[in-house]
Structures are given as structure tokens and as C-alpha cells.
Design a binder for this molecule. Structure first.
Ligand SMILES: [Zn+2]
Ligand SMILES: [Zn+2]
Length: 514
């Protein structure tokens, strides 16, 4: 969902100042019908989904996974509709021209872009409101199951807290960092301060440099405001806090704070954010803390710690930089070699702006998943390792503790392998994953673009425990990904510097000398 919100922003930013360069539907009626239709359509899809899930729950209330799967499928359909109807509204109608035509709105930086985004945000909201009864129904049944087996549970959240959570978690997390960036883009856009900036500094790319600096700053400080956007509070002192702090000292992990992420107990999850220590937070949801044993919480915490220790966040940043460099490079090639691509030279710029957005979304859509899944598996391994028991407490045939014969020629002789992960620890982590899936109402075989399915992650962990060469292969794949990202970024920056630097630098020096 966050990817879709991000894509919606990219679409808004990709529309040139005077609207899409191609022919659009000029009739205000059609524009109105399509823009309003987005919201109505999302509502109708949500209604159909909600009715379908509730029917399933009434027909066989005992079989929860069926209803959960159905809810998951309708959520996917809704998302597909949300983004595609927004694309139609932005690219095929005069919506952006109408919004930008309002003079006072255009004067306030970023406001016109936010208004353009409004139909999307409203359709997201409409979809959630009508899907809520289905979500509530599924959670209610799951709560009853839990109470039957005398496990703790909280009453299901109200529509208000459901909407507030969804909005904070899926929309605000992208919206809050994007707003300053959109304002900056609008401010340095051709009719605002861009020209002034270029004149004063004498640097043609001064406006681009300002954007990069703003985006970098936003990325760096985002965790500070995200901690307030996602209602959080500091994990109080106590047994658990002490255990987690001890684990961090042992593995050499530093952070600003460990936070409880409040969701009325409805969400069982953990996350880590922040590139550098002063703004690095590790979040554990209230549901996780209430419904999991300490050992499993430690395992989940270890997974988040793994992301930090393996510098995954840094490499996600490189991924973002590299994808922009690739897009810049492709645009440059088009200008150099196919300047007549769309006939009119002045239109080429507008087309390139849209092409850049398509490329960015394409690169992320194709490459981010495989990278992210490998990082997640590596974090899973780290999480499992962080709950490795002492030899006496390991009660499974284990390569790490030397109680499993890996030497097939010599089946009687146990072998120790330091690359291996303890079988008991891998099992504990797998159980924690399974429990998270059950408590969140996610079918364990449900595909996940960023994490791969829970079933797959459990299978991989079991494999790592018996086959250290699989661990070596995973680590090698991650190293390869990191090398590609690092080298690609350096090469891209070098090419960029080589293309633009000398002449600009000389001009800049001349301006400074007076
Ligand atoms: Zn993770
Ligand atoms: Zn063991």
C-alpha cells in the first residue's frame, strides 16, 4: 500500500506544468465524472468485497483462513483500482489543468499538487470505510477463537481507530516526508525561485542540488517525526527492556530508543527506522508485546537488529539514488540520440518527465522486491542467531551445537559447523513468524512482495539449520546485491560529474571571483 501512495505522488509530480503533453478529454463533464468516479468506484469495490467476506464468514464461521484469504484478495483488487483510476484521472483528463488554473492555489508551493492528489486520498478513505465491516468481522471471529483457547485478546477496534491507524500507517508515513519535497520541487520549479537560484549561484543545476539536499535532509530526520505520526511511546524499564538492551550491547547495536507502537493491540509487528544512531528507533507493536512470549519478542527484535547490523537501510538509500541516476541517464540518452522522438522538441521535456516517473516505478516494481526479500532472509537469520540457546538448552539435532551428523559418510559422528544456525533457535524464530501471521490474520502462504510468504521464510530457516551452504549462498547473494548498488551508484555519480562538472565548476568559480 505504501508503494501505491508513493506511486501516486510520483504521478502527480510527473505531470508537466501545463498538463499532460498528449491529447486529453477536454470536456469538464468527463473530468468530473472520472474524478468523482474514482471515489465512488473505490466505495463500490469495497462494498462488494465487504459483502463477499461477510457471506463467507456466515457460511462457515469456523474456517477463518478462507475469509482472511478473501479479504486479502479484495484488498488487492481495491489497490489495483485505486492506482489505475488515479492514473486515468491524471493522464487522460484535464484535472491537473483545472487545479493549476486556480491562481491563488498555484501560488502556494505544493498546494496544487496536494489538491491534485485529493481524489486519490478520498478514494483510499472510501475504500477503507466500506471494507471496515469485513476487517471487523474477521477480527471478531479470530478474537472468539482466541478466547475459546483462553488466550488474551482485546475488543476489536472501532471504525475511528481503524481509520486513524490505517491513515497513519499507510498514507502519512509517505505523505509527511513527501510534502516538504513536493514544496521544494514546486518552489524551484520554473516559475518560482529556480531561475533566481540559478542566476545567483551561476550554476545551471542549482535547483536540482537544492532538491537533492532537501530530500536528503528529509530522509535523515524522517524518523523523528514518524515516531509521532505513528503513535509511539518509549518501552518502559523492566525485564524485557533489560533483556533487549543487553542483547544490543552484546551485538554492538546502538539506537536512540526502543518504542512501543500503539495500535489498540490490533497489529503484531516490529520495525526499525533511521540511518544513523541519533535518529534510529526500533519499534515493537503493542500487539506483539501483549501476545508473544519474551523469547519470541527477542527473536523479532533480533530481526530488526539484523537490518541495522547488515546496513540494509543504507543500501535501500543507495537503491533510491541509483534508480534516479539510471532514470537521469536514460533521459540524457534520449535527449542526445533521439531528440526528434516526439516531433516537437519543446514537448520532449514534458514526455521525458512522464517517462522518468514510469521508469522509476518500473525499476522499483521489478528490482526492489528481490533485493528486499534477500535482506529480509538475512535479517531472519540474524534474528534466529540472536536467540541461540546455550548448549544444554538446545534440544534438537543441531549442527551448531554438534548434535547432528552432517557427515553423510560418517553418520555416527556429529559435526560442528560454525556457519550453521542453531536448529532450536531457527525453530523458535520460525514459530515467532508463524504466530505473527496467525495473530495478524495473514494466511501463512500469502505472497509478500517485500518479505516473501511466512511459509517460505519458515522453510528457508529450517534449511539454514541443516545446510550451512545455504547460509553461505544467501550471504553471497546479499554481498553481490550490495556491490551492484554501491558500484552502480559510484559509477553513475562519476558519469554525472564527468558530464556536468568541469564547465559548471569553472563558471561557478568565475561568478565567485566576481
Ligand atoms: Zn524485516
Ligand atoms: Zn543448537
Amino acid at each position: 500500500m505504501q508503494f501505491i501512495v508513493f506511486a501516486a505522488f510520483a504521478i502527480v509530480l510527473s505531470v508537466p506544468l501545463d498538463g499532460p503533453p498528449w491529447q486529453t478529454l477536454h470536456s469538464p463533464w468527463w473530468t468530473g465524472i472520472i474524478v468523482v468516479g474514482q471515489v465512488m468506484g473505490a466505495g463500490l469495490i469495497g462494498l462488494a468485497g465487504s459483502a463477499s467476506v461477510k457471506r463467507k464468514l456466515e457460511r462457515d464461521p469456523a474456517w477463518l483462513p478462507g475469509a482472511q484469504r478473501r479479504l486479502g484478495r479484495w484488498t488487492l483488487v481495491l489497490r489495483f483500482f485505486l492506482i489505475n483510476s488515479f492514473i486515468v484521472g491524471m493522464y487522460l483528463t484535464d484535472w491537473s489543468r483545472y487545479v493549476r488554473g486556480v491562481a491563488w492555489m498555484h501560488r502556494i508551493w505544493g498546494l496544487d499538487e496536494m489538491v491534485m492528489l485529493l481524489p486519490f486520498l478520498l478514494s483510499v478513505l472510501a475504500g477503507w470505510i466500506v471494507l471496515y465491516p469485513a476487517d471487523r468481522g474477521v477480527r471478531q471471529v479470530s478474537l472468539e477463537h482466541r478466547l475459546w483457547s483462553s488466550q488474551p485478546g482485546r475488543p476489536v477496534w472501532s471504525l475511528g481507530s481503524y481509520l486513524a491507524f490505517m491513515f497513519r500507517h499507510h498514507v502519512l508515513i509517505i505523505l509527511a516526508p513527501m510534502v516538504p519535497i513536493v514544496v521544494a520541487i514546486d518552489a524551484v520549479g520554473s516559475d518560482h525561485y529556480g531561475g533566481w537560484l540559478r542566476r545567483v549561484t551561476g550554476v545551471v543545476w542549482a535547483d536540482q542540488a537544492v532538491l537533492v539536499v532537501v530530500a536528503g535532509l528529509v530522509f535523515l530526520v524522517a524518523p523523528v517525526f514518524l515516531r509521532f505520526i505513528w503513535q509511539t511511546r518509549s518501552l518502559p524499564a523492566g525485564d524485557l527492556r533489560e533483556r533487549l538492551d543487553t542483547m544490543c550491547r552484546r551485538i554492538g547495536l546502538s539506537y536512540r530508543d526502543i518504542l512501543i507502537w500503539q495500535s489498540d493491540g490490533m497489529v503484531v509487528n516490529a520495525a526499525v527506522m533511521g540511518l544513523i544512531r541519533p535518529v534510529r528507533y526500533i519499534l515493537l507493536s503493542d500487539g506483539l508485546l501483549e501476545m508473544m512470549e519474551d523469547r519470541k519478542i527477542e527473536a523479532v527484535f533480533g530481526h530488526e537488529a539484523g537490518h541495522v547490523k547488515h546496513h540494509h537501510i543504507t543500501f535501500y538509500l543507495l537503491f533510491a539514488v541509483l534508480s534516479m541516476l539510471i532514470v537521469g541517464g536514460v533521459s540524457e540518452l534520449v535527449v542526445l540520440y533521439w531528440p526528434e522522438l516526439v516531433g516537437d522538441r519543446s514537448q520532449l521535456r514534458d514526455y521525458l518527465q512522464v517517462l522518468a516517473m514510469v521508469l522509476i516505478i518500473g525499476i522499483w516494481g521489478i528490482a526492489f522486491g528481490p533485493v528486499s526479500r534477500r535482506f529480509e532472509w538475512q535479517a531472519d537469520l540474524f534474528g534466529a542467531r540472536s536467540v541461540t540457546p546455550v548448549a544444554g538448552e538446545c534440544d534438537r539435532p543441531c549442527l551448531l551445537h554438534g548434535t547432528l551428523a552432517a557427515d553423510l559418510a560418517n553418520p555416527g559422528r556429529p559435526v560442528r559447523d560454525a556457519a550453521a544456525v542453531c536448529a532450536t533457535a531457527a525453530h523458535t524464530f520460525g514459530e515467532a513468524l508463524h504466530r505473527i501471521a496467525v495473530l495478524n490474520g495473514i494466511p501463512i502462504e500469502a505472497h509478500s512482495w517485500r518479505h516473501s510468504s511466512i511459509a517460505n521464510r519458515m522453510r528457508l530457516l529450517a534449511q539454514y539449520a541443516v545446510d550451512p551452504s545455504a547460509v553461505v549462498r544467501l550471504n553471497r547473494a546479499v554481498v553481490a546485491v550490495k556491490i551492484v548498488l554501491a558500484v552502480g551508484t559510484v559509477v553513475g555519480l562519476a558519469i554525472g560529474a564527468w558530464l556536468y562538472w568541469p564547465t559548471e565548476l569553472i563558471r561557478m568559480l568565475r561568478v565567485w571571483r566576481g
